[in-house]
Design a protein around this ligand. Sequence first.
Ligand SMILES: [Zn+2]
Length: 569
Amino acid sequence: MRTVRLHAKRWPLSGAIAAVGIAIAAGPAGAEELAPERIYLNARVWTGDAAQPAAEAFAVRGDRFVEVGSIPAIKALADGATEIVDLGGRRVVPGFNDAHWHLPARKDLRLDNAGSVAVVQQRLREHARTLPEGSWVTGRGWMPSDFPERTAHKRYLDEILPDRPVFIRDRDGHQALANDRALQLAGVTRDTPDPADGIIVRDPSGEPTGLLKESAASLVRDLLPPLTPDDEYQMLLGELAAAASFGLTSLQDATEGGLNELERGAVERAIAEGRLTVRYRSAAAFEEQPDPGQLDRYVAACEAARSRLHACGFVKLILDGTVDAKTAVMIEPYVGGGNGLSFVSQQQLDRAVAAYDRAGLQVQIHAIGDGAIRMSLDAFERAARANRTRGRRHRLEHVEVPALADLPRFGQLGVIASTQAIGARPDANMLENYAPLLGPERSARAYAFRLFDDAGAVQAFGSDYPVYPMDPLLGIYTAVTRQGGEDMPAGGWYPQNRLGVEAALAHYTRDAAFAEFAEQEKGTISAGKYADFVVMSRDILAIPSAEQRQTRVLLTVMGGRETFRATGE
Ligand SMILES: [Zn+2]
């Protein structure tokens, strides 16, 4: 019997993870007869499993938990070959599952939390110096509040980089700012009409200001040079390593249309090389008028290809925009006017949702404004009634500003609220742009996670990375405190909407697994499920919320194998 301390040993990754990429599941059957390969003792385990909420030890064989319980009970399972890991009384939770995540399209300069146009310009200038002469300068993460009068304009880019094309997307990716050079290359002039579902913002004289909303951004974006397969693969590996370092063991890629050919190739290569260190889920392409035969074939192919590391079986549709771009569809106008922009009519939505529902596919609809949320709930309700289906677990993504009257419908219809915990962070943009656009009545029900829990809905947490950082501990901190960086505002932004730590943990683990039909396989620390878990530096269930921001992930294990270990502990 060998005993190792938490940080005493590094297990090799590659061979082990390649082995769990095989599609045939070896269940927990026969678990009693063989000793576990590894037992973890002296832990404070929050299992997420109502049948056994807490434990102090657990045993792992292959990629599964085989037993969870007391130290003596788990010790009794070991034989001479079993490795024993002493977790030193640390808090252990199930591996985090990000229910709404995106593989970034490229490695952009981050412009987050710039706070002023001067900082945006400085970062762009410094970044541009590192790039080949004349090449595109791209970035992401600005907010309207970074610009004077909350109005982004190409002049701020032309001032610093007049000779090379610049294209920077806002944090949410629903609007972009291009400089004059980029507009010229794209052939966008005062005579260019707005594309369908997009707006080329113009000044009073009719001249484009450089701000491109929704589909108008693709007029410029389509010109960006494509990545090579190897760039894509390296980028994927970088994202996977980051995810593991934050305790993530599952990612649900919410990108509409699913993985493109390049991305699919990178994911498949990572599986083949044993380097896919998270369980990945991706979408099928959404079509407004899906062909039933094609859908049946897709569902069958998806089931056949389903592996422990890659799943499919849903479609994603973007119905409206964002509050910050004033493109989220609202029942009542924004303060200052406008009701937003819906990309699909109710009739089209009803027809498409019904077709996917009939074929057995889960539908995820990006719906942010109360108007878009109501349209989606109506479509789900009509589809279930027409098709006589139950248990489809259709999802609303973001669901930022639901009408109070619609909340009970989530539970009644079995619709999942897929929300972004960190979105409730009351940063400058939230306080100066987002909330004023909604006004006080709607701000009080914005990012109000508590409302979904109280209404009996299943709520899954995600980050919407790269919109927000993917760190689940930061998301949990935000959901629990509704405070920003300096613990401001005191007491939290609309504190009646705060959640408890356990509720936030459940939304990031068990409920996120339910939201992808995987609750039998993962999401709690229970015998028979995948051994996906996280060891934390502090016990977030026992410390004051202000100290939660110092909590870090020490160890991430996915399928029984280490995918991240903190150094220097
Ligand atoms: Zn998203």
